[in-house]
Design a binder for this molecule. Structure first.
Ligand SMILES: NC(=O)c1ccc[n+]([C@@H]2O[C@H](COP(=O)([O-])OP(=O)(O)OC[C@H]3O[C@@H](n4cnc5c(N)ncnc54)[C@H](O)[C@@H]3O)[C@@H](O)[C@H]2O)c1
Length: 358
């Protein structure tokens, strides 16, 4: 039986993922050619539905304009019908929507389905933090790997060379299938047995990118930005290992680690919006700037900084993570953007945040 793939999500990265996958399913005999893509339906200014336009033009005109996805990509606005018959599910939505999406799919997918999450972020619940791959595997009862890397979607859409990392826990065979499904001569994918490490990298680098954006917005220069990235990487490693002792050092040297951190701090959307926030001296909120600058795309770093801060304060770890806590304090307006280089004085930053109602 051929493997059948559905992409659950159709934003900027979701659309590029569908393009990559569709180029391989037509080439590889072990996969059904057709790739379904679930679209969160919306009306375009023309009055047409996004799904209809994608199916007519073969292009996601809102989230990836100018790029053909492949004729074998079929957009579907109904998530239940989109996953019907698929045994490989690719989850790629902003993380805040993932719980709702998973709930809709309970009981709708086959037992032997394999999942992979391209989602960067975590859920924080009363019981503690929950990574998105865990949310998927627990809610749906399926095995879930992750794919993360230095992957700014628009560059991969133009087929510029890059790399990515698949993280898996036990099922190496499934990981190999994902490598086959995503890999192209311009998108080199390798697999490591460290699902938590790979996912933590993809999640935490967005907080560091916000810090890098503050540095850019205040024109503090390259040395300062490099320092912030170094401190950020150390906090990423420390936090990942404190939450998941099994996380491997070597994972931070894969594409999902240091490479993703670099590209996100140079060119990603989190950096861009934080840059604008600092230039406006915090007078315009992140929500406003996201709406103005991202055309419906979602910012992840500010929400992730809040979620990580909740874990830090819950566990008494705030003082050990001055960069993460300062990014959160700045993004909620408790500290000015200039505080990003006052990490030595982190206790005062943390005290202010600690006194606030979050
Ligand atoms: N864009 C990138 O360069 C990139 C690269 C790597 C990873 N990622 C990660 O991929 C994930 C998805 O990002 P993206 O870039 O594909 O999305 P995006 O931010 O470009 O688009 C937002 C998507 O969310 C959908 N949406 C809006 N409201 C919704 C709702 N209420 N319920 C469900 N969906 C809703 C929109 O229709 C759209 O498809 C994120 O976790 C992101 O961090 C993005």
């Amino acid at each position: 039986m051929k493997n059948k793939v559905t992409v659950v999500g159709s934003g900027n990265w979701g659309s590029v993922a569908a393009k990559l996958i569709a180029s391989n399913t037509v080439r590889l005999s072990s996969f059904d050619d057709e790739v379904r893509m679930w679209v969160f339906e919306e009306k375009l200014p023309s009055g047409e539905k996004l799904t209809d336009v994608i199916n007519r033009t073969n292009e996601n005109v809102k989230y990836l304009p100018g790029i053909k996805l492949g004729k074998n990509v079929v957009a579907d606005p109904d998530v239940e019908s989109a996953v019907k018959g698929a045994n490989m599910l690719v989850f790629v939505s902003p993380h805040q929507f993932m719980e709702g999406i998973c709930k809709k799919l309970v009981g709708k997918i086959g037992k032997d389905t394999e999942g992979i999450s391209l989602v960067k972020g975590m859920e924080v619940k009363k019981e503690g933090p929950c990574m998105i791959s865990t949310l998927i595997s627990k809610t749906l009862g399926i095995n879930c790997s992750v794919l993360m890397g230095a992957n700014i979607a628009n560059e991969i859409a133009l087929e510029k060379f890059s790399e990515a990392t698949v993280g898996y826990s036990k099922n190496k065979e499934a990981a190999e299938k994902w490598v086959q499904l995503f890999g192209t001569p311009y998108f080199i994918v390798s697999a490591v047995q460290d699902v938590e490490g790979v996912e933590m990298c993809g999640t935490l680098k967005n907080i560091v990118a916000i810090a890098a954006g503050f540095v850019d917005g205040m024109e503090m220069g390259n040395n300062t930005k490099a320092a912030i990235m170094r401190i950020g990487l150390k906090e990423m490693i420390k936090f990942s290992k404190m939450l998941f002792p099994s996380v491997k050092d070597s994972t931070f040297f894969e594409s999902c680690g240091v490479a993703d951190l670099i590209t996100t701090c140079l060119g990603g959307r989190n950096r861009k919006v934080a840059d604008a926030y600092a230039k406006n001296q915090g007078k315009r909120s992140f929500d406003q700037l996201e709406a103005e600058l991202l055309n419906g795309q979602k910012l992840q770093g500010v929400l992730t900084a809040k979620e990580v801060y909740e874990v830090l304060s819950d566990r008494g770890w705030v003082e050990q993570f001055p960069l993460f806590s300062t990014v959160h304090a700045i993004s909620i307006g408790r500290l000015p953007p200039s505080a990003i280089v006052e990490l030595g004085d982190s206790r005062s930053a943390n005290k202010q945040v600690g006194n606030s109602t979050l």
